[in-house]
Design a protein around this ligand. Structure first.
Ligand SMILES: O=C(O)CCC(=O)C(=O)O
Ligand SMILES: [Fe+2]
Length: 280
């Protein structure tokens, strides 16, 4: 991390949060997409049976790997983070059978949301589809188990820097100028900790430069975030959280050696008024 730049005091942006129990609705998802809500936390959004099966499939997956891009964690699937388009789309293609296998024989919550949102947006004259290029198409989701130790198991970051700096090969860089929604579906949570923490701060390019995280948005230091208020979401297996990924967020440390934390993560946002792209 560069430390020789001019320090920048983070501007505070208010959080608009909706938390409730039940089924997720497309209207609520669209509210996040349009920037009307910063975060939506739906508790008990899918069954613990489905959650348990996805978790068992992840643990037993032959494609389960350790991340080697500086973010500690294990994963199944593809991430565009720090990758050019050709590598990401090739990785998505290779990972597809293994991502599909996480949901074998299940009516899964990620596809459920994607399909329902696609139908609703279509009714409004808006297309929703996976991001694509001459190299192939994006994945519907990736499965991640963070393993950072200490205060955070996933350090504070934003999801927009990586999109903004994705490069011309990626049609999704247009989305960085609109809300980048992060969809997080939780099949497994530890006994304690592993909460999603959201700070009242949406970094600008200048903020990222001042913190030496211009292209990655990762990680923001404790000192930088110290004056910024934050909210924590207490998550349980079966919950779903959608956030405006432009706000700084991270995952708190996990306690206990029992259940592992597993998240299914995807991103989506408007590339044009009539087009919403989805990727991982
Ligand atoms: O695991 C979570 O709750 C959040 C994941 C996340 O922020 C990310 O993958 O960018
Ligand atoms: Fe994130």
């Amino acid at each position: 991390m560069a430390t020789n730049q001019v320090p920048q005091t983070p501007a505070i942006s208010p959080l608009t949060i909706k938390e409730r129990t039940g089924s997720i609705s497309t209207a609520e998802i669209i509210s996040v997409l349009k920037g009307e809500i910063t975060a939506l936390h739906i508790k008990q959004a899918f069954s613990t049976e489905t959650a348990g099966e996805i978790t068992a499939n992840f643990v037993g997956s032959p494609a389960l790997k350790e991340r080697k891009d500086g973010v500690p964690g294990q994963y199944v699937g593809a991430s565009h983070y720090r990758k050019d388009a050709a590598s990401y789309f090739a990785e998505s293609k290779n990972a597809k059978p293994f991502v599909d296998a996480l949901f074998e024989n299940l009516v899964d919550p990620v596809r459920g949301i994607f399909d329902a949102l696609k139908r609703e947006l279509h009714n409004q004259g808006i297309e929703l589809r996976l991001a694509r290029s001459e190299h192939g198409q994006a994945s519907v989701c990736r499965a991640l188990s963070w393993s950072g130790s200490g205060t955070f198991s996933l350090d504070p970051h934003d999801d927009v820097a990586q999109v903004l700096c994705a490069g011309n090969d990626y049609e999704l860089s247009a989305v960085a100028h609109n809300t980048v929604v992060a969809l997080n579906v939780y099949p497994s949570m530890p006994e304690e900790g592993g909460n999603l923490r959201l700070w009242s701060h949406k970094p600008t390019v200048a903020d990222r430069k001042s913190q030496g995280v211009e292209t990655t948005g990762y990680p923001y230091s404790a000192a930088y975030l110290e004056p910024v208020p934050s909210r924590e979401f207490q998550l349980k297996a079966g919950d779903i959280a959608l956030i405006d990924g432009g706000f700084v967020h991270g995952v708190t440390g996990q306690l206990g050696n029992g259940r592992r934390r597993l998240v299914l993560n995807s991103f989506f946002g408007f590339a044009r008024p009539d087009l919403v792209l989805w990727w991982t």
